[in-house]
Design a protein around this ligand. Structure first.
Ligand SMILES: [Zn+2]
Length: 216
């Protein structure tokens, strides 16, 4: 019979509490404990093994001792759904990724306890998938000129004196439906419309600039 290095109760408690009882999958973050009925408690949390508890299991690491395999460092707090997912889809969930999730989950819980939150830029990622060329151009602009925020949508034939402020120029000729795309970006909180003097002007929000400057 294969021996399993299961977590003991105090270890499970440590893993769950250090994650603030939330699923550590950054795409989930579901609370794993809450009220059930009028006076009961429902729990959907699982202390999952980062590397398997037994030989032949997901991400098993033969280099670990039995104690290391059953230690809190080898556990990650997940909801039931995500704990199944990481063991079924192994190629998308290697050991390093689960360690990263765990580190981020504990950091999130640490900051949350002290009144801070980590802003997740998932929505900007979705936005970038929708209009990659435009956002890639903005990223190049911001990298070259990190203190500029103003954007002017312009046609190549027009002349514009500008002003003292520096700005980025987007050309209608280079982007189909430019104004519609900028409107979508506005809806996502990436831009603010500051149109004046009949010129389509926008300002990049600081959240979006931060996203553009994230290491890829
Ligand atoms: Zn989950």
């Amino acid at each position: 019979m294969i021996s399993r290095d299961n977590f003991r109760q105090p270890t499970i408690r440590q893993i769950s509490q250090r994650a603030g009882y939330r699923c550590s999958n950054p795409a989930c973050l579901r609370p794993t404990i809450g009220p059930d009925g009028s006076d009961d408690v429902a729990s959907i949390g699982v202390a999952a093994h980062i590397t398997a508890a037994a030989e032949g299991g997901p991400r098993f690491d033969p280099a670990l001792t039995n104690e290391e395999r059953a230690a809190a460092e080898n556990g990650i707090w997940l909801c039931q759904t995500c704990s199944r997912l990481v063991d079924v889809d192994l190629s998308s969930h290697p050991t390093e990724q689960l360690r990263e999730w765990k580190t981020l989950a504990e950091m999130r819980a640490y900051l949350g306890l002290r009144g801070f939150t980590i802003a997740v830029s998932r929505t900007f990622e979705r936005l970038e998938k929708m209009i990659p060329a435009l956002i890639s151009e903005m990223r190049n602009d911001v990298v070259k000129s990190p203190f500029t925020r103003e954007i002017i949508a312009f046609s190549k034939g027009w002349s514009y004196g500008g002003g003292v402020r520096s700005y980025f120029t987007l050309y209608f000729e280079e982007h189909d439906d430019l104004l519609s795309k900028l409107r979508i970006m506005e809806n996502y909180g990436a831009l603010i419309d500051i149109k004046y003097n009949d010129i389509d002007r926008y300002e990049l929000t600081e959240d979006f600039v931060e996203y553009l400057l994230l290491p890829v």
